[in-house]
Design a protein around this ligand. Structure first.
Ligand code: NAD
Length: 250
């Protein structure tokens, strides 16, 4: 099976990879739905509650400040590194991620679309000014008061999409364009149940792409995939990368 994907990566003229929280669990960042995942400890704060209630803003900043060092201290793992290498070797034309941890860019990937934004930055809900999240998190940890924008006094929130918040339509349209125009779409480390991200594999397949899914647990899209590999992402990607190396040297 790794050899099959390596063959298709070589044959492909446009490959898009889609990653979910499962690519980062081997960097020590828990996913959402597996046992021990983030939702076992925290009830996420809805966007509407954030904008209407100071108590909710405090709870939001408490949760985000707790998660901050988890994201900032985490290092890319072998899976992130292999995907970054595939981009530099022209095997990968774009990477769409649901993750907010920034680890693909930390590993050296450049063509990345972040559907749910990034936890590495904050954004002002009034004027849109963006900044590193480090300063506002330190301020909240010291004062317990949700930080506000230095430019316009608007509320600062991480540059991520909360429950109840609109996704960025420009990013979404670009993701759809990539899914429609690729000839190989590889989804990995996602339970593929959150829409609209979960519809991207289906869209790619409907437009004629080969669909490959790599995940530890089965997903609802496995039955439509041309190849479904069940297992750890680190190990699976290493196996595919070894096959690619062999094929390149032939
Ligand atoms: P999910 O938790 O619903 O699914 C993760 C999937 O990855 C599971 O099916 C699991 O079987 C698989 N998995 C976990 N570790 C794996 C490994 N080492 N190898 C292979 N497969 C593995 O995640 P999702 O589909 O991405 O959706 C959850 C939402 O949570 C997304 O919206 C995402 O933005 C957000 N989230 C992001 C992060 C992050 O930035 N790292 C972390 C948690 C949640």
């Amino acid at each position: 099976m790794p050899r099959q994907l390596a063959d298709w990566l070589i044959e492909s003229t446009s490959t898009i990879v889609f990653t979910g929280a499962g690519i980062s669990t081997e960097s020590g960042i828990p996913d959402f739905r597996s046992p021990g995942g983030i939702w076992e400890h925290n009830q996420p704060v809805d966007f509407n509650d954030f904008v209407t209630s100071e108590d909710s803003r405090i709870e939001y900043w408490r949760q985000k400040s707790e998660a901050h060092s988890e994201y900032f201290d985490a290092q890319p793992n072998v899976g992130h590194e292999i995907l970054a290498r595939w981009e530099s070797q022209h095997h990968l034309d774009g990477l769409i991620t649901q993750n907010i941890d920034g680890l693909h860019q930390a590993a050296g990937s450049h063509k990345v679309l972040e559907i749910h934004g990034t936890a590495r930055e904050v954004s002002c809900l009034e004027c849109g000014k963006r900044d590193s999240a480090t300063g506002p998190v330190a301020e909240f940890l010291e004062t317990g008061v949700p930080p506000i924008c230095s430019n316009c006094n608007g509320w600062l929130k991480h540059a991520t999409i909360s429950f109840g918040q609109m996704l960025d339509t420009t990013v979404l349209e670009q993701c759809a364009e990539w899914a429609r125009s690729c000839d190989l779409f590889v989804a990995m480390g996602s339970s593929l149940v959150v829409h609209p991200a979960a519809s991207l594999p289906e869209m790619a397949k409907a437009h004629g792409a080969r669909l490959v899914i790599i995940n530890r647990d089965p997903t609802p899209c496995d039955s439509m995939a041309d190849l479904a590999i069940q297992g750890s992402l680190g190990e699976s990607l290493k196996d595919v990368d070894d096959c690619l190396e062999t094929l390149r040297n032939q």
